[in-house]
Design a binder for this molecule. Sequence first.
Ligand code: HEC
Length: 144
Amino acid sequence: MKPIRLTIALGLMLVAGVALAKEDPTNPVVLKRVEAMRAMKAQVTLLGDMAVGKAPYDAALAEETAAAFTTTADLVPVLFDAEEDDPASDALPDIWFNRGEFNQKADRLYKAAMGLDWKSAGGLAASMNAVNAACKDCHGRFKM
Ligand code: HEC
């Protein structure tokens, strides 16, 4: 491929990437809960990477990340307290008709977060499963 064609191809790939990226909600309440979710994803990814050796295991960083994650997990019911919507939101309205069930799933996440054994990579690997299952459990029921 000639360099100019390659440049165009790369440019098109970038445009496609931008189009696929999720836009941010403009409703500040929705943005706040979405940002908390993104933060949890980053934290869980880091802990998971340490668990499998994709990232070097660092006890201090693991403890700090697990603590920050637990704090955010604890906030989930509060973050979804107000029935707020946004065109960019993936939240199902069922959340506000089934608060009890939603909060139960949030509690499941919090308990899994509290159960994180960050003291070794092996401990992380064993205790991450409950966390990942709790994310999936709620998304399957309350997220588009
Ligand atoms: C109690 C329910 C619940 C639990 C538990 C939960 N989520 Fe979510 N999550 C949601 C809902 C609802 C949305 C959609 C929010 C919106 O778009 O308004 C969401 C959205 C997200 C998003 C998309 C954010 C964006 O950019 O739009 C990510 C990423 C995410 N969650 C990660 C996680 C991870 C990782 C976990 C577990 C550590 C988790 N979630 C646990 C309910 C939950």
